[in-house]
Design a protein around this ligand. Structure first.
Ligand code: LLP
Length: 445
């Protein structure tokens, strides 16, 4: 356990999140349900913000990458914590604006932004748009011009560092649909292309090197490459970079194969980026750029758990024991997509020793519908409550109505209360957008 732990086992032997009993939560809100600890989210937002304040003189902004978890309440929390957000679709943008989020602190991403998404951004005064293609630049310039505005933009740059959890590679040519490569000169060409646009104001550059990264080195290398690129542009064209966005990607704990990082560890990631910027800009006599970072997973990932009720149990002798719960890949898609590993416990008997390894399966009509494989549990019975940890990022946000299951509601625990921040769906919601053409309507004989 460390100071970031939001979970604890109480005297009754049941799991608590943010000081609230998960078994009571399951009873009150039913299962499956996503549950978030508000304080944990705030702590993570604050720690990044404080690090920029302490080590970079406040010359920057934390943007919460809301693709990790988007709903109105999370934008309210981000606004209260005085941070910005990264949105990656019209839907995220609309949700933030609808929640009353300050548009000037929104950064819009996307490798293929749609015209209506750009229009929504411009019409609402979104602070920064990160451009990622020639056609987008041309369209955005035209849309800004017709509105009589000059839009601040960053160019998404590919620094040739690709990181995946504990490994990273440096490449001269990266096969990626994102960004413009520094190495092959396309990033520089894009700068020149943008400089000719009358209604776009090139503020600087963005890069994002991957997600669920535990090492500091790839961040350090990427920052070095970005500063070298910035220096090069100054020498060649006298272009002064105002803003540098270093993306997100800091890793979180899912199982004991991952490190359980402390607040200080997270501060260190950011400090290592800031140290490079400070050192290199001084050495190269560059202006210190306004720093943006975009953590998503590390802000909400460990703040969230999912609660399920155990249903059917199937022991296939000598092979595997399946413990089926009331969820599935429709609300927990990361195993099906990435074979992601998770830790789970019986929330109602949290102190009991683990006696067997089971596979927690969902209720979807598909054999790959697994929530967590090879999980150590006490002997589970139908009716037990299972809690799966670290489900706060890329679970609710990636959920679907597959098999016409309900996307589970989301409950926020904070201030000694537990309340819905996303309400449960109903059967009516499931058919809400269905339409039946006249020729398919039942005819009375
Ligand atoms: N900024 C940009 C431009 C990004 O593409 C991402 C994540 C982030 C920030 C936030 O990264 P984070 O701090 O959350 O690692 N669905 C996958 C993760 C996809 C991440 C995509 N981009 C998963 O479930 O693991």
């Amino acid at each position: 356990m460390n100071e970031r732990d939001t979970l604890k086992i109480n005297a009754k032997g049941t799991l608590e999140i943010g000081g609230m009993d998960t078994v009571e939560i399951a009873k009150k809100f039913s299962t499956p349900v996503y549950v978030y600890d508000e304080q944990h989210i705030r702590n993570m937002m604050r720690l990044y913000k404080d690090t920029i304040n302490e080590y970079y003189g406040g010359n920057g902004l934390v943007l919460y990458a809301s693709k990790a978890f988007s709903c109105k309440a999370i934008y309210r929390i981000a606004q209260q914590e005085n941070i910005g957000i990264d949105a990656v679709s019209g839907g995220e943008l609309y949700t933030a604006i609808n929640a009353g989020f300050n548009p000037s602190k929104i950064c819009l991403h996307g490798n293929n932004k749609l015209k209506h998404e750009l229009e929504l951004a411009l019409d609402n005064g979104v602070g920064i748009i990160v451009v990622d293609s020639h056609s987008e630049v041309d369209l955005l310039d035209q849309l800004a011009s017709s509105r009589g505005i000059k839009q601040d933009v960053l160019i998404r740059v590919n620094p040739g560092i690709e990181a995946h959890t504990h490994a990273f590679v440096q490449t001269a040519r990266t096969d990626s649909k994102f960004g413009f490569s520094i190495h092959d000169g396309t990033a520089e060409k894009m700068v020149l292309h943008l400089m000719n646009k009358r209604n776009l104001n090139l503020k600087g550059f963005h890069c994002h090197i991957g997600s669920q990264i535990f090492e500091k080195e790839p961040f350090v290398l990427a920052t070095e490459k970005m500063i070298a690129f910035i220096a090069d542009l100054k020498t060649k064209y006298g272009f002064e970079t105002n803003t540098l966005n270093m993306g997100g990607g800091f890793g979180i704990w899912y199982t004991d194969e991952d490190s359980k990082l402390s607040f200080d560890d997270y501060r260190e990631y950011l400090r290592s980026i800031i140290d490079v910027i400070n050192n290199k800009t001084e050495k190269l006599h560059l202006k210190k750029p306004y720093l943006l970072i975009e953590p998503g997973r590390s802000i909400v990932g460990e703040a969230g758990i999912t609660l399920y009720t155990v249903g059917a149990i199937k022991d296939i002798e000598g092979i595997k024991k399946y413990v089926a719960v009331d969820g599935g890949m429709f609300e927990s898609p990361r195993y099906a997509l990435y074979q992601s590993k998770y830790t789970a416990i019986l929330a109602n008997r949290a102190n009991e020793p683990c006696t067997e390894k089971v596979t927690i399966a969902g209720k979807c009509c598909e054999s790959g519908d697994i929530i967590a494989a090879d999980v150590a549990l006490p002997l589970a019975k139908s009716g037990d409550i299972i809690a799966v940890f670290s489900t706060g990022a890329y679970h609710y946000s990636m959920a679907s109505n597959y098999n016409r299951n309900f996307i589970p509601p989301v409950v926020l625990v904070g201030n000694g209360t537990a309340e819905y921040i996303v309400k449960p769906q109903s059967y009516e919601d499931i058919v809400r957008n269905d339409a039946v053409p006249e020729r398919l309507k039942w005819k009375q004989n």
